[in-house]
Design a protein around this ligand. Sequence first.
Ligand SMILES: Cc1cc2nc3c(=O)[nH]c(=O)nc-3n(C[C@H](O)[C@H](O)[C@H](O)COP(=O)(O)OP(=O)(O)OC[C@H]3O[C@@H](n4cnc5c(N)ncnc54)[C@H](O)[C@@H]3O)c2cc1C
Length: 432
Amino acid sequence: MTDNLVIVAGGGIGGLATALTLHQIGVRCLVFEAVPDMHPLGVGINLQPNAVRELYDLGITRHELDRVGLPAKEWALVGLNGNDIYSEPRGLLAGYNWPQYAVHRGLFHMLLHDKVLERIGSEAVRLGSRVTGYHKNSDGSVSALIERADGSTSEVIGKLLIGADGIHSAVRAQMHRAQPPIHWGGAVMWRGTTWAKPIRSGSSFVGLGTHRHRIIFYPISHPNPQTGLSMINWIAEVTMDNSDGWTRGGWFRQVSGDDFIHHFQDWIWDWLDVPALIRQADRIFENPMIDRDPVPTWRDGPVVLVGDAAHAMYPTGSNGGSQAIVDARVLGAAMVEHGMTQNALASFDAKLCGPISQLILRNRGAGPFGLLNIVDERCGGTFDNIDEVIPPQERAEFMADYRAAAGFAIETLNQAPPTIPNGAHVRISRGI
Ligand SMILES: Cc1cc2nc3c(=O)[nH]c(=O)nc-3n(C[C@H](O)[C@H](O)[C@H](O)COP(=O)(O)OP(=O)(O)OC[C@H]3O[C@@H](n4cnc5c(N)ncnc54)[C@H](O)[C@@H]3O)c2cc1C
């Protein structure tokens, strides 16, 4: 008996945005999350205007987002000599109707979790419950196989199963049994947060260096009124030989700044001291920059993938979290149109799987940081006059191209009707 239940595997950003969307359109859902306790994990992520629009439509307010991050004002690339290569305004300043937010991933995740519990109820998220696979039943329903933290197992039957279980997705592994292993292109990222004075606009995303050796940093909190210091999220990155594969330990582990600071020892300008930023960090995590090869479909009958389970991609475009939220909303819109049916999943898949798979490959080719590649190729990363290396029009065209591919072209987004019309509900039927 499915009782018109939708099962969501994974309570990360994608799974919780899906749960909030399903609740908004009148669909009953249960989220099964592997970890036994929710903690605010991770460092900074960006929520692009296309995702902030969806969060506002979900009733998440500007004030709530200001508690977990701050609106981004600028995106800038800087050469090894400390000179600007390119900069552009972001969010409202760029002309979007919605801001871009730079947020603490863990605090934002907890905000979504609180909303789910408040709106759907304390039983909505089953912690310590790993989805290990699924059976498609002859009546069109689906059974999710659940393994609890104490080792016990059970099956839960639903009308649909949404795999939002991240880059190591068990749902995807069953759907695409022959998928290749995780892809690592050779870049290693060390991520941390440090309390420091914000620079430039006060909320600027800065990428400095070359495409093989760079640091990225941006504030993810409003400045403390007493100290003037913001929490600065930074990612130090070096590209290495990947011919032996990843041999340095787990995908995500805590490390000391001493392990890698030598790569950035001389990166000191009068406006930035990278070694100090690294030394004064609260905690630092090492993880290789990984993604997965695109798959031809995210759907298998009553089962569909969203978020990183569908399209884990390099963070170069700062859109992994945003796309997970947009997926949830596009899936919700498909259910409003087609009901709680496999047709809804097919419509969602037809709309997003192709273009987002292209984006995975584009981000692999450096995404918007591709400008650094061009500068590196043409002058080795140092220059006096950037216009002589790459003319302003070429820079502007490069970035406009990326925005269009990633779904955040300004005019297109501003003119688009809401993904889910206000008050829209799903017609509950018995068909599949
Ligand atoms: C702990 C953590 C820290 C992160 N930190 C950062 C960061 O600092 N910066 C950044 O850019 N991105 C970070 N990410 C990735 C980022 O959150 C995602 O790329 C993006 O938000 C897409 O979200 P998602 O919900 O699809 O995947 P995720 O955020 O990865 O969420 C997947 C969820 O599914 C759960 N899960 C996994 N397998 C199963 C299973 N078999 N059954 C049930 N549940 C399962 C996981 O515990 C997790 O809660 C982090 C992800 C995690 C899980």
